[in-house]
Design a protein around this ligand. Sequence first.
Ligand SMILES: [Zn+2]
Length: 319
Amino acid sequence: MRPVAPHHVVAIDVGGTSLKGSCVDGDGHALSLERRPTRAADGPDAVIGAVLELAAELASASPDRVAVGLALPGVVDDETGTVISAANLRWRNVPIASLARERLGTTVAVMHDVRAAAVAEGLLGAARDAHDYLLITLGTGVGAAMVIRGEPYTGAHGFGGELGHVAVEPRGPLCGCGRAGCLEAFASAGHIALRYQAMADEHAEGCTARDVAQRAADGEPIAGAVWQEAIDALAIAVANYVTLLDPELIVIGGGMAAAGEELFGSLRHRLEAHMRFAKPPPVVPARLGEEAGRYGAAIGAWRAAGIDEARLRNWQAAR
Ligand SMILES: [Zn+2]
């Protein structure tokens, strides 16, 4: 790895299968991207080791590092820097911030991955200049982060914003969390593919959610029904959120956001039908894609290191 410019932070997005880490300078330029396997199959300690090793390696590339930011999945207490539970890392009550601080001897900021992505979308992406917005990530699962008055809201125990496990149909299909009818059981890429494969008689093997969206657009009735169910479930969950919290914007990211109008057009239409006493807010695609979590971790690290907020806002110009 080539040596990097002074004054940077190390930002790592910890995913179920891979770690993505970068050095990010004070102007928001990511100076490198390193990928490593998460090693979840080797147990929780192996994952901790992989995260700390990558952080140390990136940090050692510059002698005057200022901070480390980590974006992590599961139920995360951003305040104490503890991952309370993360099934895909096999972590329970891992005090990752203090472990990293001990190993690296530097400031460490920890953030839930979807909240990190929401912060990044707010500074650099689809939610620029918005103060109250909801980010939903539609991927294998359904993630969400609520930004209220400019701050990602964590709730009392770190799991605030778990929109994926809001019930939209009590008699609906079983969700991975063990309950029936969660939004995730209708609208995650994983469940859309499974429901289609279970309902379609043929040519469904190996079909992904994107294929289902395409087949729905082509007029195939079973794909159309599964896709419409997903859109309806999303519309109900989003309408409930809008009714409670009156956001100015809904941002949708994750792999399924690539379905384009098939997703956004249909969702806007259904949302309109579910809203009673207010117009629904704009529903827009996320802009930062896979980089969002890593950028959010970098922003968290810079804030923990005391960067001037005006300088952070200049990151927009750097992109
Ligand atoms: Zn659930």
